[in-house]
Design a protein around this ligand. Structure first.
Ligand code: SF4
Length: 670
């Protein structure tokens, strides 16, 4: 059975448990049957090869199979059958009296925690982890903005307007002040929201950047974070054995983590990144594995942190290092981006070609074309080391937060005492790439010949530049040329056909005149399949096609994962222009193939904004009637948003379209 077939689960959830509460025998039988049916939808590795839409991925999966190199999909198959208790979320190991799991025989853990509490606690811990991950990404950029402002870090502040505009929104004086001085205050405010322990102090990023209607909702529900650090601490505090025994209180904390993730991990990070490196602009970029070229020193940058990546690219493009590469017989030095490192670079400075998201990073390595792999933080699977060993690719790590056994370290130390040596570090890394090129002569290389062009770098600023204001886009939504807007994001998951769900949902949306915004891992299939190209306009419905003429694609690529801010900024700007609150707008958030903890928070962030979320992968909540109801329907009245899951991507796309039409009807727009 394949992941595109509908399993019993969505119907099961629509009916919301005909049997009693979460500890009822009948309910436990019921959800275990649902878990079993859900597992039947997981594709095999061979089904992945049949169904994944990008021919380059297909060819590389076949090649890795022939070479006997395992991929994510082989390892997923080896994990089968997946644990029912894990999928249901009813396994707890929060203390060493356990692990405990909820069964018909044992309806409570040793401490007395029931299924609702255990499922809710597991979910909160995942949300806290996601907030910590984006928060650490943010901390790095906010500190770098501060250090650049203090001249401890020798980089220019390229986002002058962004710094001034944002500082003004924060109430930081800007008149007659030097840019660095304003930037230092702005970085200080962002860092305070990240780490403030004092509950009496305001969380300024929300006050400055969130729509007032939303702020009132969050205050009413007591959701406004004290700081990101505080809410993550509190999440682990609450979920410890014998602390918070109320599943509702646990899920309220999850929403606080969602806000901390959104405003410190995403909005704050984006402000710092744009302040340091500029907002960038729309550009045309080459994409996909066929852009790899033999005969060059080929260096991949993989992860999320832009500072060192930018310095590496700058060094590698300099005459000095190009000459050194040529002396080793190379035609030059080329850089390729994996995951968000490629995406954040491509619309700010030329020279980094995005090749793949995290799940197919191993396939890129398997080409044998890479001399050096530079990894920083997040979504760098440890499995890349096995492939790198086969292809003799040198791997270096650059962050003390994220090391790989067998990799060489060219890293900032934990205290960042060597942040002032960024240029030297970058030059050493490029030199390592040149040396690896010389060492790897004769290693077989196979590059599938698939390469496309994509338009990237859309933003609030670009919309204003292109249209003069938000008004033309807002009018197109109101008069129906654009049915609605979807933010299509998220990582990938071998529980569904790789990149197929993202492609299929998008196909339905654009045919129905829905404008799609995208970033991060989900944007890769959309770029590779032509949705981000000018010619991609032909895939859109007639009304949207006319609006996009002559040169706009139906999917607007806004950048890396933290650029969700750009999507929410475009959505909020249009809503404000129309004088409509966000929950009433025909908007949606979709992460069809989500898998990692940040994905949980990203969906939560948009739901907190009043935008419903749509997915093809279930969360591990089968075991709690109350948590299922909370996650799927329970925030309709409070936040104005809900969650829908359907393993059939086309049906999910149709559901988004139907919900948008209902919202438009309620607004009197049809
Ligand atoms: Fe078991 Fe309670 Fe300990 Fe969890 S916290 S492992 S349910 S005793």
């Amino acid at each position: 059975m394949t992941g595109v077939q509908t399993c019993a689960l969505p119907i099961y959830h629509e009916q919301v448990h005909p049997h009693g509460d979460s500890s009822d025998d009948a309910f436990i039988r019921d959800y275990m049957a649902a878990v079993g049916a859900y597992k039947q939808t997981f594709p095999t590795r061979d089904e992945q090869i049949e169904q994944t839409p990008d021919p380059a991925v297909r060819e590389m999966l076949i090649r890795q199979k022939q070479l006997g190199i395992d991929t994510t999909f082989d390892r997923f198959d080896k994990q089968k059958p997946q644990c029912n208790f894990g999928l249901a979320g009813v396994c707890c190991k929060n203390c060493n009296m356990g692990p405990c799991r909820i069964t018909a025989k044992a309806k409570r853990g040793i401490c007395g925690a029931d299924a609702d509490l255990i499922v809710a606690r597991n979910l909160l811990r995942s949300a806290a982890a996601g907030a910590a991950q984006h928060g650490m990404h943010g901390r790095e950029l906010m500190l770098e903005l501060k250090w650049a402002a203090e001249s401890k870090l020798d980089v220019p502040l390229l986002g002058e307007q962004k710094i001034k505009d944002t500082a003004a929104a924060f109430g930081i004086p800007t008149a007659h002040r030097k840019l660095k001085s304003v930037a230092a205050d702005l970085a200080g405010a962002l860092l305070a929201d990240l780490s403030n322990p004092d509950p009496a102090k305001p969380y300024k990023t929300i006050e400055a950047c969130a729509p007032p209607e939303r702020v009132a909702v969050w205050k009413d529900l007591d959701l406004v974070p004290i700081s990101a650090y505080h809410e993550v601490f509190e999440a682990y505090h609450k979920t410890g054995v014998g602390t918070d025994g109320d599943w509702k209180s646990i899920l309220q904390q999850m929403l606080r983590c969602g806000l901390a993730f959104t405003f410190s991990g995403v909005v704050g990070t984006s402000i710092a990144t744009d302040g340091l490196f500029g907002v960038g602009d729309r550009v045309t970029s080459k994409v996909n594995i066929g852009a790899l070229k033999k005969g060059y020193v080929n260096i991949a940058v993989h992860g999320h942190l832009p500072l060192l990546v930018k310095a590496i690219v700058k060094a590698g493009q300099s005459e000095k290092f190009v000459d050194l590469a040529r002396r080793q017989g190379a035609k030059g030095i080329r850089f390729y981006g994996i995951c968000c490192s490629g995406l954040s670079a491509m619309y700010r400075y030329a020279g980094v070609i995005p090749l793949s998201n995290a799940v197919s990073a191993e396939l890129v390595l398997g080409t044998g074309a890479l001399d050096l792999w530079v990894a920083d933080v997040q979504d760098v699977f440890p499995a890349i080391m096995d492939v790198a060993h086969c292809t003799q690719t040198a791997v270096v790590t650059t962050s003390a937060s994220a090391r790989l056994p067998g990799a060489e370290r060219f890293e900032y130390d934990r205290h960042h005492s060597n942040i002032g040596e960024t240029k030297t570090l970058a030059e050493k890394i490029v030199m390592r790439g040149i040396q690896s090129f010389a060492d790897r002569r004769g290693v077989p290389v196979y590059i599938p010949p698939y390469e496309v062009e994509a338009e990237v770098g859309f933003s609030v600023e670009y919309v204003h530049k292109r249209f003069g204001s938000m008004t033309p886009v807002a009018e197109a939504i109101r008069d129906g040329r654009i049915l609605g807007i979807v933010n299509m994001v998220g990582c990938n998951n071998p529980k569904v056909p790789y990149e197929r769900c993202i492609a299929d949902v998008t196909e339905v949306l654009v045919k129905n005149n829905v404008l799609v915004l995208s970033n991060g891992c989900a944007s890769y299939p959309l770029m590779k399949l032509g949705y981000c190209s000018k010619a991609g306009r032909e895939k859109a419905g007639e009304a949207l096609r006319k609006f996009l003429a002559p040169d706009l694609p139906p999917v607007w690529h806004v950048g890396e994962c933290i650029d969700n801010t750009r999507s929410s900024g475009i959505m909020a700007g249009i809503a404000a222009t129309l004088g409509v609150d966000l929950p009433a707008m025909p908007y949606a958030f979709s992460s069809p193939e989500w898998s990692n903890e940040k994905g949980l928070d990203a969906a939560m962030g948009f739901r907190l904004l009043g935008v419903s979320s749509y997915h093809c992968v279930e969360a591990p909540i089968f075991g709690s009637k109350n948590v299922i109801e909370f996650m799927k329907e329970g925030t309709r009245e409070t936040l104005g948003s809900v969650m829908h899951v359907n393993v059939d991507p086309k049906a999910l796309g149709e559901k988004i379209v139907a919900d948008m039409k209902a919202k438009r009807a309620a607004l009197g727009w049809d």
